[in-house]
Design a protein around this ligand. Structure first.
Ligand SMILES: [Zn+2]
Length: 114
């Protein structure tokens, strides 16, 4: 499989996954775990994020990047959700997806970030 068709097939799989689970947003690490890590290729966490950003730019999924500060520096994470959710912003999903709960979630993901 060449790089281009590999990426479009990964994009299809990622979109199907969020569309099948539209009730909550998914961070890049969860999508990598559920979808990207099962796709053949190298640097799949990076490829997963790249594919998700392509989908978001095309308006096929919602996306939001979040950053939190902690002692050792800044930590960020990206969240993606299905357009079927009808949500435009991450905080519309409820308190779990708003600060301060969200900042705890992001910090817990710092250790396996891109
Ligand atoms: Zn994460």
């Amino acid at each position: 499989m060449d790089a281009q068709s590999s990426m479009s097939s990964l994009m299809e799989k990622l979109q199907s996954y969020v569309d099948a689970h539209p009730t909550r947003p998914w961070c890049v690490h969860e999508l990598w775990d559920a979808v990207g890590s099962k796709h053949p290729g190298e640097d799949m966490l990076v490829e997963t994020q790249r594919s998700l950003n392509h989908l978001a730019r095309g308006g096929r999924i919602g996306a939001s990047g979040m950053m939190v500060e902690r002692g050792e520096g800044v930590c960020d994470d990206w969240f993606y959700w299905s357009t079927k959710s009808g949500k435009k912003y991450l905080d519309e999903f409820g308190s779990k997806w708003q600060f301060p709960a969200l900042s705890e979630l992001i910090k817990s993901h710092c250790q396996h970030r891109v």
